[in-house]
Write a protein that binds this ligand. Structure first.
Ligand SMILES: [Zn+2]
Length: 273
């Protein structure tokens, strides 16, 4: 499943070649994604200039003057920009045709989404899918003080608090595990027991882990294709994620794993307290 860094890599790739360009046509070959793709997409977008591509959590917002196309890649969605479009294959569900090429949305499992939000309905940030999201981890609104405040009174584990998305968006299983290792915090620690200094270290670790992953071109275990068609290279050189039984890269003790609310958690019992 594409995580925040992958989506950000896609955004940067598309932001490079698309803003300022006019949509010539939209072709919806298969509207049955997680929710139906609007049937009138062609009428809505033809002749309109794509202004910018933004990201909110794991949603991409393709902004036009009259609204925004809100896209979620789901489990297996990807964008590819093809200067000379090839004949579409079975899982290529939507094309946006520009004068200089085709932006093609592919999604074998069809858990993704592509929805239109009209400017007449207000700002896209108020869309029901976006309105309840936590803060962006790479924005200035996210820091140790904010994380400290937001975790007071929360008795769930610190890892669950991160994964929930209600405090901070886009910290999926890999990045939560890695950030908690970098901050030296045991994933099972109740969120409200993580003190001020440790919240500072954790917020910094989250920013650093996500930034590293973005710099390395995003990361995912499967199904990820960056916007230029090149495979995203995972391999964040994980400290703990997926390394149960292998020696900790810092102290040499075996990395441990356990299940936390149906998700695998990896940690070093020596380095994380
Ligand atoms: Zn260790």
């Amino acid at each position: 499943m594409p995580e925040l860094p992958e989506v950000e890599v896609v955004r940067r790739g598309l932001q490079h070649s698309l803003p300022g360009r006019t949509v010539r046509a939209a072709q919806v070959r298969e509207p049955r994604l997680r929710w139906p793709v609007p049937e009138d997409l062609d009428a809505r977008l033809s002749g309109r200039v794509l202004r910018s591509i933004e990201r909110r959590g794991k949603y991409l917002l393709l902004r036009f003057d009259h609204g925004a196309l809100i896209v979620h890649l789901g489990m297996s969605g990807s964008f590819r920009f093809e200067p000379l479009a090839r004949p579409p294959s079975r899982h290529d569900h939507v094309d946006l045709l520009f004068e200089h090429g085709t932006l093609r949305y592919r999604d074998p499992r069809r858990f993704g989404a592509m929805l239109w939000h009209d400017a007449a309905q207000g700002p896209a940030a108020a869309h029901p899918l976006l309105a309840g999201l936590g803060v962006e981890p790479l924005s200035s609104a996210f820091d140790g003080a904010m994380l400290y405040r937001a975790t007071r009174g929360r008795r769930v584990s610190i890892k669950q608090a991160l994964l929930s998305g209600a405090i901070v968006v886009g910290v999926g299983n890999i990045y939560a595990s890695e950030s908690l290792f970098r901050a030296g915090i045991r994933p099972t620690t109740p969120a409200h027991r993580v003190g001020r200094g440790r919240c500072e270290r954790l917020a910094e670790a989250i920013r650093a882990t996500l930034s590293d992953a973005i710099a390395r071109g995003g990361s995912s275990l499967r199904d990820f294709v960056a916007s230029d068609g090149a495979s995203g290279c995972f391999q964040l050189d994980c400290y703990v994620y997926g390394r149960a039984g292998e020696p900790c890269r810092v102290c040499g003790e075996p990395v441990r794993s356990l299940r936390q609310t149906q998700r695998s958690t990896f940690f070093c019992a020596h380095c994380q307290r």
